[in-house]
Write a protein that binds this ligand. Structure first.
Ligand SMILES: C[S@@+](CC[C@H](N)C(=O)[O-])C[C@H]1O[C@@H](n2cnc3c(N)ncnc32)[C@H](O)[C@@H]1O
Length: 186
C-alpha cells in the first residue's frame, strides 16, 4: 500500500479516499474559487471537488495517453470518461488535453487560487522542477499549490528553494490529511 504501514481501518479509508474526504473540503475551507487540476485522468477528484464547491471554476489538464505504469494502460479512454463524468458541471469546468508543461504557458500569470498537482507518476520524473516553477507563476500571491504524494519528489521543491517547513500537511478542520500537502505562493 504505497510504502505505508497499516494505518488501521479509518485512517486507511481516508488515505485511499483523499479525493472524497480531503481535497474538496480543504478547498471549501479556504474558500478557493478558481483552480486548476493537473492530472485530471477520469475526472474522479475533479468531480468531488466541483460537487462540494458550487462556486468553483475548475480547469483540468491531462495527456490522456497510454504511459508507463499499471494505472495508465487504458489512459487513452479516460478523456471520454472524464468529460462524461463532469457533464453536470458544464459552465464551471474546462478540460484541456495535452502536456501540462507546455499548456501551462498559455495560462495567465497570478490568476489562480489553487493548483492541485496530481502528477506523481513515473512519466513525470525529471520534469517536476520545471512544471512546479510554472505552477507557482500561475498562482496569485497567497494561492495554494496542493499535491498528493509530494513526498515522492521532495527534491524538486528543494531545488526551487523551498525548505521542509514550507511544505505543510493539509488539514480539514482538526484532522490532518494522510496524503495531501501544500505550499503557499508568497
Ligand atoms: C495520478 S493520475 C491522476 C488521478 C486523478 N486526479 C484522480 O483523481 O483519479 C495522473 C494523471 O496525470 C497525467 N499526466 C502525467 N503527466 C502529464 C503531463 N505532463 N501533462 C498532463 N497530464 C499528465 C496522466 O495522464 C494521468 O492521467
Amino acid at each position: 500500500m504505497e510504502n505505508r504501514k497499516w494505518l488501521g481501518p479509518i485512517r486507511w479509508i481516508r488515505f485511499k479516499c483523499w479525493f472524497i474526504f480531503d481535497l474538496p473540503y480543504f478547498i471549501k475551507q479556504h474558500q478557493l474559487e478558481t483552480g486548476l487540476e493537473l492530472g485530471a485522468k477520469a475526472g474522479r477528484s475533479m468531480f468531488h471537488t466541483l460537487r462540494v464547491n458550487p462556486s468553483l471554476q475548475l480547469t483540468g489538464i491531462d495527456l490522456w495517453e497510454v504511459i508507463e505504469g499499471g494505472a495508465y494502460k487504458n489512459n487513452d479512454a479516460n478523456e471520454n470518461k472524464c468529460r462524461e463524468r463532469l457533464k453536470r458541471f458544464t459552465g464551471r469546468v474546462n478540460l484541456l488535453r495535452g502536456d501540462a508543461v507546455l499548456l501551462a504557458d498559455n495560462l495567465e500569470n497570478e490568476s489562480l487560487d489553487f493548483i492541485f498537482y496530481d502528477l506523481a507518476c513515473k512519466h513525470m520524473e525529471e520534469r517536476h522542477p520545471e512544471l512546479l516553477a510554472k505552477c507557482l507563476a500561475k498562482l496569485r500571491r497567497g494561492g495554494l499549490l496542493i499535491g498528493r504524494d509530494f513526498r515522492n519528489f521532495r527534491g524538486s521543491f528543494y531545488e526551487l528553494g523551498f525548505v521542509e517547513k514550507d511544505i505543510q500537511r493539509c488539514t480539514i478542520g482538526s484532522r490532518t490529511s494522510e496524503r495531501l500537502e501544500y505550499v503557499v505562493k508568497t
